[in-house]
Design a protein around this ligand. Structure first.
Ligand code: ZN
Length: 287
């Protein structure tokens, strides 16, 4: 009995699920590249030739946040920004680079060893953190990014916003002058202090207070952004209750004391407004 009815029930549930997803999507302005027809694409790119590239990885973000937190934050922020400033959001680029160290014959990536300096508040011995994955070497990532930018330029984009996982975003910063000249595009990240013409001390102070877009690691800023975008996925109850005990793989201001959905919303609103201004200036400079 069970075997006969299960596929039917699954089909009904699945169908209901799919139709809800599409209904919800249609209510919102479509900004995701993969969902556009060529007609939609021509319309949007003629209004604002801006491409948004959300950079992620699969990486330990404390016990309390999902492993895909980087890509999820940048993707959600970019969808809101595209609805404000125009443009098209690419699918998440989950593969990403990170620092690598070989210690006693074992290889450690990124947060596995990032904070293993004794004496730091966040100290922990290097260890393979559960769930971290999707690392690629710097040269391969550079090549993936450069090919993406070259193809975006060919498709007609003039402005590219690439942001997300820290080491991925750093790669953008490292090569943006070279790629801007080579592909005749303007490239931006969403870090306030890296937007040319906007490197003011106030912006970086606000970022340290949690009012940034991905300015720490699973601490107050990222936790607040995730609480705002995906409240149902956040498990603060899985962090040590005693705040004298620092959670493994968390870097920044203690999220147990300071993170909130309200702070996440404040950061998003602040940077939507700021980035919209930056992108409007860039669009005007094209004329
Ligand atoms: Zn992160």
């Amino acid at each position: 009995m069970k075997n006969v009815f299960l596929p039917l029930i699954a089909l009904v549930l699945c169908f209901g699920c799919t139709s809800n997803v599409s209904d919800n999507k249609i209510k919102e302005e479509l900004v995701e590249y993969a969902l556009l027809t060529p007609t939609d694409f021509r319309q949007r790119i003629s209004e604002a030739p801006i491409a948004y590239l959300p950079l992620g990885t699969l990486e330990w973000h404390g016990e309390h946040l999902p492993l895909g937190s980087d890509g999820l934050q940048s993707f959600e922020f970019m969808k809101l920004l595209a609805r404000e400033a125009g443009g098209i959001v690419l699918p998440m680029l989950f593969l990403g680079p990170d620092s690598v160290r070989v210690i006693d014959g074992e290889t450690y990536y990124g947060m596995d060893h990032f904070l293993n300096q004794e004496g730091r508040r966040e100290y922990y011995p290097e260890q393979q953190l559960d769930g971290s994955c999707y690392w690629v070497p710097d040269e391969l990532f550079k090549s993936m990014l450069e090919n993406t930018i070259s193809q975006l330029a060919r498709a007609g984009f003039k402005i590219i916003v690439a942001h997300g996982h820290g080491p991925s975003t750093q790669t953008v910063l490292k090569y943006w002058d070279e790629w801007e000249q080579k592909y005749e595009v303007m490239i931006f990240t969403a870090w306030a202090w890296n937007v040319r013409g906007e490197s003011d001390e106030q912006a970086s102070n606000r970022a340290r207070e949690g009012i940034g877009i991905m300015t720490d690691h699973a601490a107050t800023n990222e936790t607040s952004l995730m609480m705002y975008f995906y409240p149902e996925l956040i498990r603060m109850d899985l962090l040590p209750e005693d705040t004298a005990s620092w959670p493994v793989g968390v870097w920044g201001v203690d999220p147990r004391l300071h993170a909130s959905s309200e702070l996440g919303k404040e950061a998003v609103d602040y940077h939507l407004h700021r980035m919209k201004g930056v992108l409007q200036g860039a669009l005007e400079s094209l004329d």
